[in-house]
Ligand binder design. Structure first.
Ligand SMILES: [Zn+2]
Ligand SMILES: [Zn+2]
Length: 223
């Protein structure tokens, strides 16, 4: 078999020679390069635009998607910055009748959402939450306002075991993974604790939603 290298190089030289001697081919080549450059620039711009969404309220860079209900359609998830998210969550948590077990958000799970106990009636977590909330009638541990929430740390919670927390409840999961029993907090201190964690771990979340006026739990999850 004849060696391919020199033949290929010869063909390349021939092709370049044709382009350099035929003005129409040169124009075509330049037009093609120009078109590719324009397409590359447009793609780069779109990518850049997509990866840096802006807050729908104030225009600052956004790292959070905010919705009214868990698992909302993409079109119903509003991009927000941390400051505007804090305001929205402040309103949600102070809504009359909202009571929830709130498990500290974790990295590597893209959603941090309220789940009503009624929707997860068969899960151990919902059943445990109902019992714990029925016993909750005291003051916030941090400020002594009325407490409507129970705060739990989330050490050990990850994408591989959050479903176990749903099905098994806290006792064989979070409480065994080194977290203390949940304690009573008011709406304002609860939002402060959430925001402090978001800041500390520099979290970015696709969907965040606050409680509704019913019993439930707030947990990091993926779906
Ligand atoms: Zn904003
Ligand atoms: Zn408080």
């Amino acid at each position: 078999m004849a060696p391919r290298g020199p033949r290929s190089a010869g063909q390349l030289r021939y092709t370049l020679f044709c382009f350099s001697t035929d003005p129409m081919s040169s124009v075509t080549l330049l037009a093609a390069i120009g078109s590719l450059a324009v397409i590359a620039a447009v793609l780069f711009y779109l990518r850049k635009g997509r990866s840096k969404p802006r807050c729908a309220e104030c225009g600052a860079p956004s790292r959070f998607g905010y919705s009214k209900h868990a698992e909302s359609d993409r079109k119903d998830i509003v991009p927000l910055c941390l400051r505007c998210l804090t305001t929205k969550l402040g309103n949600d948590y102070q809504t009359q009748g909202s009571r929830a077990l709130v498990i500290e958000p974790v990295a590597n799970l893209p959603c941090y959402v309220f789940q009503p106990n009624s929707k997860w009636a068969d899960s151990k977590l919902a059943q445990e939450t109902d019992v714990m909330l029925s016993r909750l009638n005291g003051a916030c541990r941090h400020c002594e306002r009325e407490a409507n929430f129970l705060w739990s740390a989330s050490q050990g919670l990850s994408s591989s075991n959050f479903e176990e927390v749903f099905s098994e409840g806290l006792s064989p999961t979070l409480l065994r993974w080194g977290n203390a029993a949940p304690y009573a907090v008011c709406a304002r201190c609860c939002v402060n604790l959430i925001v402090k964690t978001l800041e500390k771990h520099d979290l970015t979340l696709l969907e965040v939603c606050g409680p509704q006026p019913e019993n439930g739990f707030v947990i990091s999850m993926g779906y």
